[in-house]
Design a protein around this ligand. Structure first.
Ligand SMILES: *Cc1c(COP(=O)(O)O)cnc(C)c1O
Length: 483
């Protein structure tokens, strides 16, 4: 393969060949991944044995490098778009957005300021408008920004909340979140420099919802102490169980108390596109800021998060700096420079994939795909309830189901149940057939399935449940032999 090394270029022909090889690899992967094992298990030693080397001074054939990467790198990554990837939050993705990302990268579009790329800024404005409408936020006054993910959206939100509610002095500021809130919120709070005693973790009720009574008590006590309650973080779809906090009631409390209301909808907010989700998410439009995470349940490839705000000025007031070298590109007020609305200056063109995939498939396809996941989890719940082996620990909510092996007539102790379910998960993962890990709910080890992949069929889940049962019985047999 010919290349002009000093310009970091390949010949035109070589560029085409190289590009087509990559497209072929992606398309092949898309069509064959369901037949691959989703779980990657390589240890550091194994990875070192494949990859460890000094940065090479001399060149190598581009196709050879590519082939090595396809053989060794791509095969040693867990397939988060695989139909049997049930854990954490799967990343179903979609091909149109994958290609859109290639295009954005290929043209290396700078999505920071209006002057460098009016179209990229405009598409971010337009797609944010779409989202504002979907979530019932004020369209004229509202605003938003795309981020690398939910964690960065939460960080952006909390920086904004603090600036708006506390100004410069936040030594007495107090922030409230539930024990089910995502860890990225605590990380963001720490990054922002809050001390531990400025954080209130409010216990949830038996359904894992934010307890309004406990929140109100805590806020009053803090006010009596002369502290400044300034922000509540609610979850609209917790990562563990899909539980939506009582958003309307929380919104009311925040309004009465003049507290910033942030909703972390990174997992579940997208469900608003389906009728069932819309019902569950009532009150989401009461937030001052809302994190959504298109690279989860809006089927975008990594990385894409988003923060929506009720008042776009809150973002610009928080993040605008005016250094002299950006003086010439300020633009007029309707021409948004997104570097003034968030943390990043240089930003990739994230809006493009969102725009192209929604234009190509239509919003109706997204609605259907989301509804499918919610229904699938409900079907799985029905199967589990009819079976003698399984106990539903938390009902299907927002496409998540929590259950455990607990066969009737065996009267196993809680310790044995924890042990057996931990064993089942470990064996399933070791088999590499499915990624199914446990979580802890009210002290019990449970298996958790997150079913947002529209390419996961009920048959896939049944397969996996059979595999689980096989390992569970194996465990019971072993116990018998020993005891
Ligand atoms: C995934 C998730 C996050 C973090 O989002 P990233 O995109 O992984 O940074 C935050 N909150 C909730 C509820 C999540 O599910």
């Amino acid at each position: 393969m010919k290349k002009d090394a000093a310009k970091l270029e390949l010949s035109e022909e070589a560029m085409r060949t190289y590009g087509y090889q990559i497209v072929d690899a992606i398309v092949d992967h898309h069509h064959t991944q369901k037949d691959k094992l989703p779980v990657a298990l390589g240890s550091r030693e194994e990875m070192d044995s494949i990859f460890l080397e000094e940065a090479p001074e001399s060149p190598m054939d581009a196709s050879e490098v590519l082939q090595f990467v396809l053989d060794k790198v791509m095969t040693n990554s867990t397939l988060v778009s695989h139909p049997k990837m049930y854990s954490f939050v799967p990343g179903p993705s979609n091909y149109v957005s994958v290609m859109a990302d290639a295009l954005a990268t290929g043209f290396n579009v700078f999505s920071g300021g209006w002057v460098t790329s009016p179209s990229a800024s405009e598409l971010e404005i337009i797609t944010v408008q779409w989202l504002l409408k979907i979530f019932g936020f004020p369209q004229k006054k509202g605003g938003g920004i795309f981020t690398s993910g939910g964690s960065m959206a939460n960080l952006t939100a909390l920086a904004t909340a603090r600036r708006v509610k506390c100004g410069q002095n936040f030594s007495k500021a107090i922030i409230y979140l539930s024990d089910q809130a995502h860890s990225s919120n605590i990380k963001a709070i720490r990054v922002l420099g809050f001390k531990k005693d400025q954080i209130r973790i409010i216990p949830t009720d038996l359904e894992f919802k934010f307890s309004i009574n406990k929140l109100k008590s805590c806020i009053s006590k803090d006010r009596l102490e002369g502290l400044q309650p300034f922000c509540v973080i609610a979850s609209s779809g917790t990562t563990n169980t899909g539980t939506v906090d009582p958003l309307k009631e929380l919104g009311k409390v925040c309004k009465q108390e003049d507290i910033w209301f942030h909703i972390d909808g990174a997992y579940g907010a997208a469900a608003i596109l389906s009728p069932k989700g819309k019902q569950l998410l009532k009150g989401i439009n009461k937030a001052d800021s809302l994190t959504i995470d298109p690279h989860k349940w809006m089927f975008q490839p990594y990385e894409m998060g988003c923060l929506l705000v009720r008042n776009h000025k809150h973002l610009s007031h928080t993040f605008t700096e005016k250094p002299e070298y950006l003086r010439d590109i300020e633009g007029n007020t309707s021409e948004i420079n997104f570097y003034d609305h968030g943390i990043q200056l240089t930003r990739r063109f994230r809006a493009l994939k969102f725009y192209m995939s929604i234009k190509t498939f239509g919003l109706s396809a997204f609605r259907e795909a989301i509804g499918y996941g919610i229904d699938l989890a409900e079907k799985v719940e029905a199967i589990l309830r009819r079976s003698k082996s399984w106990e539903v620990v938390f009902p299907a909510t927002m496409a998540i189901i929590n259950f455990r092996f607990n066969p009737i007539g065996k009267s196993l102790s809680e310790e044995e149940l924890d042990e057996i379910n931990q064993y089942v998960s470990a064996k399933v993962v070791a088999s590499r057939e499915a990624l199914l890990v446990t979580t802890i709910l009210q002290g019990q080890v449970v298996l958790r399935m997150c079913l947002i992949n529209p390419r996961t069929r009920l048959e896939d889940v049944k397969d996996t449940l059979n595999l689980c049962r096989k390992f569970a019985n194996e465990f019971l047999e072993k116990k018998k032999v020993v005891s």
